[in-house]
Design a protein around this ligand. Sequence first.
Ligand code: ARG
Ligand code: ZN
Length: 863
Amino acid sequence: MLDVQHTGQPSVTRREDYLVPDWMVPETSLDFALDPAATTVEATLSVERNGEHDRPLRLDGDGLTPELVRVDGEDWSNWCMDGPTLVIELPGASHTVETRVTICPERNTQLMGLYSSGGILCTQCEAEGFRRITFFPDRPDVLSRYKVRMTADKARYPILLANGDPVASGDAGDGRHWAEWGDPFPKPSYLFALVAGDLAANRATFTTQSGRDVQLAIWVREKDLPRTDHALHALKTAMAWDEATYGREYDLDVFNIVAVDDFNFGAMENKGLNIFNSRYILADPDTATDYDYDGIAGVVAHEYFHNWSGNRITCRDWFQLSLKEGFTVFRDQSFSADQGSHAVKRIEDVRALRAAQFPEDAGPLAHPVRPDAYQEISNFYTATIYNKGAELIRMMATMLGPQRFRAATDLYFDRFDGTAATCEDFVTCMEEAGGIDLIQFRRWYSQAGTPRVTATLTHEAGGGRAVLSLRQTVPPTPGQPVKEPMVLPLRIKLFGSDTGAELGDEHLVLLSGESEEIIFEGISERPVLSINRGFSAPVIVETNRTPADLAFLSARDDDPFARYEAMQQLMLDTLVASVTHGRAEHDNVVEAVRNTLGDETLDSAFIAEAVLLPSESFIGDQMPLVDPEAIHRAREALRRDLGRSLEREWRAAYEQAKANRFEYSPAAKGARRLKTVALGYITASGAPDAASLAFVQFEQADNMTDRQGALTTLAGGTSDERVAALDIFYNRYSDNSLVLDKWFSTQALSARDDTPEQVEQLARHPDFKLSNPNRARSLIGAFSVNQRAFHDASGRGYRFVADQLIALDKINPQTAAKLLPPLGRWKRVDAKRAEMMRAELERILAVPGLSKDMFEQASKSLE
Ligand code: ARG
Ligand code: ZN
């Protein structure tokens, strides 16, 4: 499978090599005779020579054999195969080219191209899956108008869907039927989609701001219909939000969403026919947590928003991926924030950035938001492209302010509608409409690595001055040893440590040099620094603030994110000290948590986030070398102390939240969150009734959030209730694969000493199958972020993950390669562990027939 060129090296695609397409394809017509074992695809392309040249038409293919090639209606012999690519010599400036191929959806385990999921035929084409369906110039800057005809067995596939609007349908005889769809909007091949299956729809009508009716439908198997209301509601809310917030209206008469169980990632924004991983559609209180509900609304909105940021304006080439993904993540984050608490949403987004993107940026797979080269583009659907990309948009929005940012996005949508654009095009619109210079800011697109800011505040009491010294460094990353300073928008405010008063307004400081000093006049009392408020720049900040300063801010800062951040920093400083010195004073943390718990001005959701200790991995990220056992011990000790010292408070919080009946509202969600956080601390205290308290919550829960929260608490311990709860949970949900995923991941994330063994056993469980990406991720993915278990000193965790990935690579290389990065972080651990991790990477690389996806990830990880 590894595509090796004549040099013996996998081929590298470089951004600087971009050339405009040799041929355009204004019209595409596809005819599918659908069958799971053998589907024939006839393609008719109108092609036009682009510019003055005599080069042939090159049509990408992947595993395809041409059964017929015709030009302008005649059989054509002037073609050849160049590896997987069909090369056709054409005499004139425009022609009609026909090809036919046969593909086998039911044997497509990679889940790219046309495949079968639970009896539903569906497609996934981004980034380069269309070439597994038919020969085509499979690159995002070739925009074509598509007509699609499908014929299929009527009983097995009563519903036939494709992009755009339905045109006609009818009976084809022999128990078969046909349907035609047409998409009036020119689109790149990666946005092509079709679905055939026995599906039922949850329908609604949305009236756009200009008064057009759009028929909405969410298609699932009949039995899943009752779990689609939340997704449909989210879709309508997102459509209205995009009109109100960005002035963007939907443009077709229908909008279809289909949910399938086997899907490589979250969902896909195909024009007018989004295809989703069922975990981002199906929800009811009994089977989905609040976190799942939020995820569904966020992903439904994300894919819908792509209709403008992605589809109407697409990417010139895959190096521009963040143009659509960074912007669309920023849009979905803003949407979700508007549905509930902005503060809590920001905390969650920053936590996700720090958990996934910061480690990526600090490791062997670090790459800029606009990469320069790739071997396999699928490996670049990363937290850097998505989440850091969203932070770049957020920084520009912060610098422009809301009115000018809206003017800039209006300009962008207006100027580039119907085209394939670049990140540079987007930034130029921000500059023009924002009236600012973003020359230096552009480094955020080209330089990888998380900038580090040192902020030192000194106070000259006599002169009434405070001096803030800021320094930035950007660490070296693979291929980028030396970095230039970035533009860092830092929201800053000072507070008086005696009076608690605000010492002046908030400032937006644009740190652009390596170092800078900011003078504050008229500061008579000792100031406390609140910096990077709202996480205005995606950087690491180190300050000279004392534990007392942090405790002060955690109780007094008027920016909720800064308040949370101060508490996190206080906890981190305490935990790092305790890992380094074997012990640390816990009093500051205990008192700060006590204050937060008792603060009646705060809502439960915020309190729950603020009192939660940083994860073991995040603590590890603060240390020069990760000692997984020491980190675990230090964190457990602090948890126990917090549990014991505040037992009365935790129990009170628990009792208060318990009164809550199920409702999906921000307040009810906050109460549930705080309830389970409190349960965790009661358990950590070692209280003898903790397990029975958790078991009662588990049994009496009227919703999955409470039930899974209790299960997670029990799963980390050794009580009899743990075994009982896991069994009950399994039996109750054995026919629901999304809930069974939780059963697997809860055990893989457990803090128990025997988790590595348990996980090996779970991999032999009859319900474990690598062919379903959700299931594979629920065990392997969850286990490899369980820092202590994954880094078990025996090395069995590494061996387990490598074994699984070697097996998975043969089935689904894309999903396998996505799960590899934790094995590549060997520089972060001691020499013995590092040696074992490297040995597993070597073992993976030695596998004959390794995919190019895995080859790229594993070889880069060894460097
Ligand atoms: N564009 C899709 C989304 O952001 C994800 C596609 C991922 N494709 C891939 N090859 N990993 O919603
Ligand atoms: Zn996306």
